[in-house]
Design a protein around this ligand. Structure first.
Ligand code: ADP
Length: 368
């Protein structure tokens, strides 16, 4: 059995709302797991059931092979970091860090040693005498993380810990938390609605929607092998382009039928979907701008018109229209086209995704 096992976990709140459906997952010791999804999809509820702050309505939860459904938060050996820093405002950073250990009756010299080493890891050594209100948001959040790691528990649970920070602080704290995880080796479950946080921090990501797991996988698997439109659209920024079309004689027939996209796929797949409506998807960053004179290799050439250009520095988002549909392309800023102009781009065959329009499930172009 894995280190943490969630088997058929459900949460039905007292008002009857079914917030989490049949959550199944095995988590290995030391893994960094991220629960990601839009607000209200059940991430915090699941985390709180793991923490012991919310009872499990149905299903079994094991820690290191032992059933933990009925264990209280303290017995589970978890430390939790919340979105609000929840620091004691009248206590110094030192006392905030030391508080939990003092309550446990840990010796003063051990506390001193642990506060100093925790402060060092988090760059708080020079701030130990300050009160929370004398710190920046980032520093306060570091104290909150420090209060969790000072307890040397085996399991860290973090619920949107960076959402009160500005964009720059978030990027810094992101890498700090990853580094702390590497140093402590604690099994970590981290909740966020931010796909970039999920992609950059996780060993494995759990994508959730409406209380159901959509997919569990490494960032690489989710990006390249999404199981459905929801995951494909959630992971990646800007999101994947989705275009309604129909498969006719092995070709993708877009709305106004002006471009010829012969599908490169197994015949059995083409036969199965002949005449059916599908969703054609490609990522904004998968395209190549054509400068003229190229001949098509393993790629589709598409002519489009530019509606809007957003220069971001490292790349440019180009909002285009082709064949009656709108899409976003992410291109090299030096290749930015002008608004109102027409240009040609290429979509490599291996960057094309297809989804069943009814089930929204991914259609594999090749049988494996
Ligand atoms: P997330 O963390 O993904 O934003 P939550 O787990 O907080 O989502 O909430 C999942 C769903 O459960 C939401 O629709 C929310 O409104 C609902 N919910 C949360 N807490 C309660 C509660 N105490 N009683 C009833 N419904 C709740």
């Amino acid at each position: 059995m894995a280190y943490l096992t969630l088997r058929g976990i459900n949460k039905i709140y007292p008002n009857g709302f079914h917030a989490v459906h049949d959550f199944n997952m095995e988590i290995e010791k030391g893994e960094f797991i991220v629960f990601v999804g839009s607000s209200g999809c059940g991430k915090s509820t699941t985390l709180r059931m793991i923490a012991g702050l919310e009872n499990i309505s149905k299903g079994e939860f094991y820690i290191d092979g032992e059933k933990a459904n009925d264990k209280g938060p303290r017995e589970r050996g978890v430390a939790m970091v919340f979105q609000s820093y929840a620091l004691y405002p009248h206590m110094t950073v030192y006392d905030n860090l030391a508080f939990g250990l003092t309550l446990q009756g840990v010796d003063d010299d051990v506390i001193e040693q642990r506060v100093q080493s925790t402060a060092k890891i988090l760059g708080l050594t020079d701030y130990l005498d300050r009160l929370p209100r004398e710190l920046s948001g980032g520093q306060r959040q570091r104290v909150a993380v420090g209060r969790a790691i000072i307890r040397k528990v085996d399991i860290f649970l973090m619920d949107e810990p960076l959402s009160n920070l500005d964009a720059k602080q978030r990027v810094t704290m992101r890498s700090e938390i990853t580094q702390i995880h590497r140093e402590t080796g604690a099994t970590t479950i981290y909740v966020t609605h931010d796909q970039t946080e999920a992609m950059t921090m996780a060993d494995r990501i759990v994508v959730m929607k409406d209380g159901y797991i959509q997919q569990i996988g490494t960032p690489y698997e989710l990006y390249f092998n999404p199981v459905n439109m929801f995951v494909a659209g959630f992971i990646g920024e800007p999101p994947m382009n989705f275009i309604e079309s129909t498969i006719r004689k092995g070709k993708l027939d877009l709305k106004e039928n002006k471009i010829d996209l012969s599908l490169v796929a197994d015949q059995s797949v083409l036969d199965r979907y002949e005449g059916k409506e599908v969703i054609f998807g490609f990522r904004p960053e998968a395209v190549k701008v054509l400068t003229g004179g190229e001949t098509a290799g393993r790629e589709y050439f598409v002519h489009c018109f530019v509606n809007l250009v957003e220069l971001l520095g490292d790349n440019t988002n180009v909002y285009v229209n082709f064949d009656g549909v709108n899409s976003i392309l992410k291109v090299d800023p030096h290749q930015s086209p002008d608004v109102g102009s027409g240009f040609e781009f290429a979509i490599p065959f291996d960057s094309v995704y297809l989804f069943d329009k009814n089930t929204e499930k991914r259609i594999k172009l090749r049988e494996e």
